[in-house]
Design a protein around this ligand. Structure first.
Ligand SMILES: Nc1ncnc2c1ncn2[C@@H]1O[C@H](COP(=O)(O)OP(=O)(O)OP(=O)(O)O)[C@@H](O)[C@H]1O
Ligand SMILES: [Mg+2]
Length: 375
């Protein structure tokens, strides 16, 4: 596969502040790659360096397998779609879309033909003569995308392009953007801090944290095999334990978690007594009213939340930790206060080799903020 963009040892400082710390990754031709990370982690800065609006403090960027050096933005076959559309308010829809071609001195008849094509592509045929203030947010965003695509860039950079839209429109535009990208085969580098959006749209996701790359992988790998606690917590919901490798057998490492309960067998290369983290997804947690054979932890049902398609239960463990469990919405719930046993398949627990201080303390803060409590 052709390497369309390659970042090698990229660092970026603003004054003394190290914003990007040694970033390395490759985007392949035709790929939909998403940079995902919390606010301030350096996503926009990275995009701006790829586009040529910022220079890296050190390191090298290759575009289409050639170093870009100090090639100015307009000489890179890259266009950018910004969060706030950045359209020209005094121009019509058609004039906005045609802007790049006009700058390139493409003759008017050819321009008009291209604009018609673009309007069709973004499903806005007949809107060419409209003024911008006669358009909805979603329509404006589609115009911005059409404008960025008209001169056939090799790469389209999209910086949170849908964040100004309401939820329903955002979902619709996610599908449309994905459809467009598939149809055109253009390399997309997409920025968002919405993990669901990233999972749905991307071929691969680069998870960033504080100016460095935590992990880059396809969505399923990120969810099922997070390399760090940060990734486990940022992509989907998780319960995270500290654990100590208590024994290494032929079957793999046995890990004892905080409360002294055996929790996992993993073939990852760890050594005896090593401190690790154990991640268990809420949908993998099981519950029984009677004691089960094998691994289990006593617990009490502490809280329930109803979320339509699922029930979210908080279970209190003997050490006070709140364990999150998600079950199908139609399942009958046990009354709050019921004593139960929780367990999971040992193969469902994920071992994270490098123990992190970034462990998210869920004891007092079971993060159910997005769920409405049923009264
Ligand atoms: N021109 C600048 N001068 C100094 N600091 C800057 C400059 N631009 C960005 N920063 C800082 O660099 C860090 C990364 O900013 P950046 O805009 O890349 O973050 P981001 O990941 O895009 O965040 P968000 O999700 O909020 O858009 C921030 O701490 C920001 O304050
Ligand atoms: Mg940003």
């Amino acid at each position: 596969m052709k390497e369309m963009i390659k970042l090698s040892s990229i660092k970026k400082n603003y004054g003394d502040v190290k914003i990007i710390k040694d970033l390395n990754f490759t985007v392949y031709e035709g790929e939909f790659l998403t940079m995902l990370g919390p606010s301030g982690c350096g996503k926009t800065t990275t995009l701006r360096m790829i586009a040529g609006f910022e220079e890296p403090t050190s390191g090298e960027i290759l575009l289409d397998e050639k170093p870009v050096g100090d090639l100015p933005p307009y000489k890179r076959k890259i266009n950018t779609v910004f969060q706030n559309y950045a359209l020209f308010p005094h121009l019509t829809v058609a004039q906005n879309i045609a802007f790049g071609l006009k700058m390139a001195k493409v003759p008017k008849p050819k321009r008009s033909l291209q604009v018609e094509k673009m309007l069709k592509l973004v499903q806005l045929e007949g809107y060419g003569n409209r003024k911008l203030d006669q358009l909805s947010g979603g329509q404006k965003q589609r115009i911005a995308i059409a404008r960025a695509l008209i001169n056939h860039p090799q790469v389209l950079l999209l910086d949170e392009p849908l964040s100004a839209l309401d939820l329903k429109l955002r979902k619709q535009m996610q599908l449309e953007l994905k459809r467009l990208q598939r149809k055109l085969g253009i390399t997309f580098v997409y920025v968002t801090h919405d993990q669901e959006e990233a999972l749905m749209m991307s071929d691969r996701i680069a998870v960033m944290n504080k100016g460095h790359l935590e992990q880059i992988a396809d969505p399923r790998t990120l969810y099922e095999k997070p390399k760090t606690c940060f990734v486990a917590n940022f992509i989907g919901e998780s319960n995270i334990f500290y654990g100590k490798v208590s024994e290494i057998t032929k079957a793999g490492a046995k890990v004892t978690i905080e409360n002294g309960y055996l929790s996992i067998q993993s073939k990852k290369p760890v050594s005896e007594s090593q401190i690790v983290n154990i991640v268990i997804r809420p949908e993998k947690v099981k519950l029984s009213e009677t004691e089960v054979a094998g691994f289990h932890i006593p617990a009490t049902v502490a809280e329930h939340y109803y979320a339509g398609n699922m029930n979210k239960t908080v279970l209190r463990l003997p050490n006070g930790m709140a364990l999150k469990m998600n079950t199908p919405g139609e399942q009958v719930l046990l009354p709050i206060g019921t004593s139960v046993f929780v367990y999971w398949e040992l193969s469902d627990a994920i071992l994270v080799e490098t123990a992190s201080d970034d462990v998210y303390n869920v004891v007092d803060n079971p993060d159910f903020s997005t769920v409405n409590q049923q009264s």
